[in-house]
Ligand binder design. Structure first.
Ligand code: DGI
Ligand code: FE
Ligand code: FE
Ligand code: FE
Length: 187
């Protein structure tokens, strides 16, 4: 699928603001893929579709998680986590993207996980540093992303965990696993 068609398909699912975010993630993902040697075309596709399910009705996402045998512990944690695995499923079944690497990058773009593939890392980080993001600490992550993918990811996931903890919110176990994995395998 080419970029124009992909963007046309995803635009229908998103608000204007979220579509602009998607364009930012696409451009950042391409840049990171070029810099760190990931597949640029796959990074572009995964980025375009990463938030495909962002505005899917919660009840439908819940039903999808149960019906498709996705980890049911997702339902105990923030509903913000759901659009990632549900998005991967919809992008496969409704959009017709069959590439497993692209689908996994969509599936894990919110929670992260241990042993992330290069493509998963690129999409996760692009989602965090795209030019439209303005949260505290993002500039430091952007600078790290100039030369060290894993250090940038550690900083990004650490910021996210601290952000959730400051609000006394739960942290999904895979996110903690992502942090531990990156820190324990630090070069
Ligand atoms: O969809 P986006 O807003 O572009 O970004 P995202 O898919 O990374 O979603 C992040 C949201 O998910 C953010 O509002 C925080 C929320 N969230 C809730 N629980 C967790 C969580 N994010 C992570 N990484 N881990 C959690 O346990
Ligand atoms: Fe998202
Ligand atoms: Fe994210
Ligand atoms: Fe996003």
């Amino acid at each position: 699928m080419n970029r124009e068609l992909a963007l046309e398909i995803v635009k229908e699912q998103l608000t204007d603001h979220r579509y602009q975010h998607t364009i930012g993630v696409m451009n950042s993902a391409i840049e990171l893929a070029e810099r760190f040697g990931a597949d640029v075309k796959k990074a572009e596709m995964a980025a375009i579709f990463h938030d495909y399910a962002k505005f899917h009705p919660k009840e439908e996402m819940k039903a999808c998680i149960l019906a498709q045998g996705m980890p049911s512990d997702l339902l105990e944690y923030s509903s913000e986590l759901w659009h990632a695995p549900v998005g991967a499923y919809l992008v496969e079944t409704k959009v017709g993207i069959a590439d497993c690497e692209i689908l996994e990058a969509i599936r894990y773009h919110t929670s992260g996980r241990a042993n992330m593939s290069l493509l998963e890392k690129v999409v996760y980080l692009a989602d965090y540093i795209e030019p439209g993001r303005h949260f505290p600490g993002v500039e430091e992550v952007r600078e790290l992303a100039q030369h060290d993918l894993d250090e940038a990811l550690i900083q990004a996931v650490k910021n996210s965990i601290l952000f959730l903890m400051k609000k006394n919110q739960s942290v999904y176990p895979l996110t903690l696993t992502m942090y531990n994995d990156l820190v324990m395998n630090r070069k």
